[in-house]
Design a protein around this ligand. Structure first.
Ligand code: PEP
Ligand code: MN
Length: 338
């Protein structure tokens, strides 16, 4: 960590800062330049981060040298993590497709939807039994009944199932049914929920908070890994900007950063990024071209009738067409679809 001192800092103030650093059992190195003095501190950055150095007289700014996350970092683990969900491996050379409607819509419906995405070529089926809705009056999901319907869909298709958990108290229950737990954008910083899914040991797909920075996203990932659960997938899904045509702004640029900084697989969601079904395939291609290990897309046989997010949901034919295109792009990138 570097502490940059103010131009008019006094030697008493410098002595005080040096004493403070030594009292933390860390080593300060004072470099006096012509215009500025800086203090370099060698030692545990975690101890330093807790210290309000900016509050001390004479300090202008404090600059950390190391990134604040460890377990997600490729500095800690250079080899890539491959997460196994059912019999599907995510994070290797093969690109995976996760698809399904936004919500579980009933027993017969969910089986029909899972058969549709399987026929189109998807590897995992995703639908929400618990829906975090902006309005308390909107459809909240079939909840535990919905989880049972999802099991039926898995039995009928053999596809592993992915579903969202929104409450720390439900993690054990949802983990009993699902093959992978989704943490939605609104819960990316629900630290109790992150801790619980971490403890569950189940594969988790963590969506990026719609207003979160990359560092915040990775600190949330760190919560899950810090509980001993390495089965984590990162999911960019668009972020909020001043843009008001698309639902969010496509954050394809985050993919190469995540792949460079972390060893975790990235499966990106173009549906919530765009919010308009006609633009979802292009966004999916952009995420894949940026290096994503998989694409998670909302699909429904009749989007017009979907119980939620119909406007951004593609139908079975569009899904099949998209998967064909993603396969061609993957092969051009020396990868392939699963
Ligand atoms: C969803 O996946 O249907 C969902 C609610 O997504 P997000 O949390 O990204 O808005
Ligand atoms: Mn949705």
């Amino acid at each position: 960590m570097l502490i940059v001192l103010k131009p008019n800092v006094t030697s008493e103030e410098i002595d005080h800062i040096v004493e403070k650093i030594k009292s933390l059992r860390l080593e300060p190195f004072v470099s006096r330049g012509v215009q500025r003095t800086i203090i370099t501190i060698i030692g545990d950055e975690d101890v330093l981060r807790e210290q309000p150095f900016e509050a001390i007289a004479g300090v202008e700014s404090v600059k950390p040298i190391l990134r604040p996350f460890k377990l997600v970092s490729r500095e800690t683990q250079p080899e890539r993590t491959v997460v196994k969900v059912g019999n599907v491996e995510i994070g290797g050379r093969k690109v995976v497709i996760v698809a399904g409607p936004c919500a579980v819509e009933g027993e017969r419906e969910v089986v029909e939807h899972a058969l549709m995405v399987k026929k189109a070529g998807a590897n995992l089926f995703r639908a929400g039994a618990y829906k975090p809705r902006t309005s308390p009056y909107s459809f909240q999901g079939f909840r535990e009944k919905g989880l049972k319907f999802l099991v039926k869909a898995r039995e009928e298709t053999g596809l592993p199932i992915v579903t969202e958990v929104i409450d720390p108290r439900d993690v054990a229950l949802v983990a009993e049914y699902a093959d992978m737990l989704q943490i939605g954008t609104r819960n990316m910083q629900n630290f109790n929920l992150l801790t619980e899914v971490g403890k569950s040991g189940k594969p988790v797909i963590l969506k990026r908070g719609m207003s979160s920075t990359i560092n915040e996203f990775l600190m949330s990932a760190e919560y899950i890994l810090s509980q001993g659960n390495k089965n984590l997938i990162l999911c960019p899904r668009g972020i909020r900007t001043f843009e008001d045509v698309t639902r969010n702004t496509l954050d394809a640029g985050v993919v190469p950063v995540l792949k460079d900084w972390t060893h975790l697989p990235v499966v990106a969601d173009p549906s919530h990024a765009m919010g308009i079904k006609d633009y979802v395939p292009s966004a999916a291609m952009a995420y894949l071209a940026a290096g994503a290990d998989g694409i998670m897309v909302e699909a429904h046989p009749n989007p017009e009738e979907a119980m939620s997010d119909g406007q951004q949901t593609i139908d079975g034919a569009a899904l099949e067409d998209l998967i064909g295109k993603l396969g061609r792009l993957a092969r051009a990138m020396d990868r392939d679809l699963l």
